[in-house]
Design a protein around this ligand. Structure first.
Ligand code: SF4
Length: 394
């Protein structure tokens, strides 16, 4: 059989699709590009915004157009919440919810870096978020099972592992284990030189985890800590489990122990109650923090969420304008972070793909660098001085 897949949404979905394709190829199927004619199309969907859902529908239509006789299997978050709608679309033969997904999966991006899903689902029910409906309650494999999968990744030759999950900080909580215990054991696995934690809620990023990362063998000084709003009033409306004081204390702790750490934050623009006055607080709070850059999202209503019942909706045009201002602030923060690193030497893991005679790699603190291509450096770590000429702007 020829099989093609298309993935929308987060790194978790990418890890899961990759896992399926690896298994299907091992069974003797041929994997082809999604734009080609195939016998079977797999579409792994996302429901995070209305735009993401539209892209899912388009991908289904595209697959059906390319081969009207093909089987089309639709899986993932949008499949979970809109099963009936998707079943009615021409060509769709099967709709699989998230329950069919495996608890541990991993994907190779380049052969040097791997996204490793260690946790799924979420129990938090933030008022804007449909993910708990789509992905279900928080769950994870045991530490022992997770370590077995990590050893397989080490055997595959990948040197950097990015630990992903919907709410990674809740790893193990339902079975009396903790994320910190897992991190300590992962650190001892031979062959894996670097780990990043893809994202962790501020209230679950304990001081012990921060201290561990600072003193560990392989965990890198790179954090992704969702902020969502920079005003306590809006954080409360979102039902987030921290306030701005807790958030800034975590960042201070990180910078005390790891002054060159890269810290990224998710921020949502235009949630209910975030009027001009609250938004000014958001901008000045973010400006005061040692954040390296932002992932900015524009709020959109998600069916079934508690936010639909909240007053003080922000007009869509204002949401867009706030998004643009946050993106500007992110750009400024990123420039400041990069300037602070010029002249410093940081370890870079060089990747396999050749780009016009150059090779690319990430420093431990997540700066993209390039150098002339050298096959012997692929998948090795080299200390490199950060200079304006070797920085890649993406
Ligand atoms: S922590 Fe909140 S925003 Fe994140 S997945 Fe859970 S409910 Fe959604």
């Amino acid at each position: 059989m020829t099989i093609a897949a298309h993935t929308l949404g987060c790194k978790l979905n990418y890890a899961e699709t990759s896992d399926h394709l690896r298994r299907l190829a091992a069974e003797g199927n041929t994997i082809v590009d999604f734009h080609q004619k195939a016998d079977l199309y797999i579409i792994n969907t996302c429901t995070v915004t209305a735009v993401a859902e539209k892209k899912c529908r388009n991908a289904i239509r595209q697959a059906h157009h390319q081969n009207p006789d093909a089987q089309i299997v639709v899986m993932g978050c949008f499949a979970q919440v809109a099963e009936d709608e998707i079943k009615r679309m021409p060509g769709v033969t099967q709709v699989l919810g998230n329950e069919s997904k495996r608890l541990l999966s991993y994907s190779g991006e380049d052969r040097t870096r791997t996204f490793f899903k260690i946790q799924d689902g979420c129990d938090y029910f933030c008022t804007y978020c449909a993910i708990p409906f789509a992905r279900g309650r928080s769950r994870s494999a045991t530490i022992e099972e997770t370590l077995c999968a990590a050893r397989r990744i080490a055997d595959s030759g990948a040197k950097e592992v990015i630990l992903t999950g919907v709410n990674t900080g809740t790893f193990g909580l339902h079975q009396g284990e903790t994320l910190l215990e897992l991190l300590e054991k992962l650190d001892t696995i031979e062959g894996i030189l670097r780990y990043r934690i893809s994202s962790i809620e501020p209230n679950l990023l304990t001081d012990d985890i921060i201290s561990f990362v600072a003193s560990s063998r392989a965990f890198l000084p790179h954090f992704h800590i969702p902020l969502q709003a920079g005003s306590d009033h809006v954080l409360q409306l979102m039902h987030r489990r921290y306030d701005t004081t807790l958030y800034s204390s975590k960042l201070q702790r990180i910078k005390e122990l790891m002054p060159d750490a890269c810290i990224a934050a998710d921020v949502m623009a235009g949630f209910n109650g975030e009027n001009e006055e609250e938004f000014r607080k958001v901008l000045s709070f973010i400006d005061s923090l040692p954040i390296s850059y932002l992932h900015v999202f524009t709020y959109s209503d998600r069916p079934g969420t508690a936010a639909l019942r909240l007053p003080e909706k922000i007009p869509v045009a204002v949401r867009r304008e706030h998004t643009a201002r946050l993106l500007e602030l992110s750009e400024q923060k990123h420039k400041e972070f990069i300037s602070s690193q010029i002249g410093k030497k940081r370890p870079v893991l060089w990747e396999a793909t050749e780009h016009d005679g150059s090779m690319l790699g990430w420093t431990d603190n997540y700066i993209r660098l390039s150098r002339p291509y050298s096959p012997t450096l692929v998948n090795t770590v080299e200390e490199v001085e950060i200079r304006p000429e070797n920085i890649v702007r993406e």
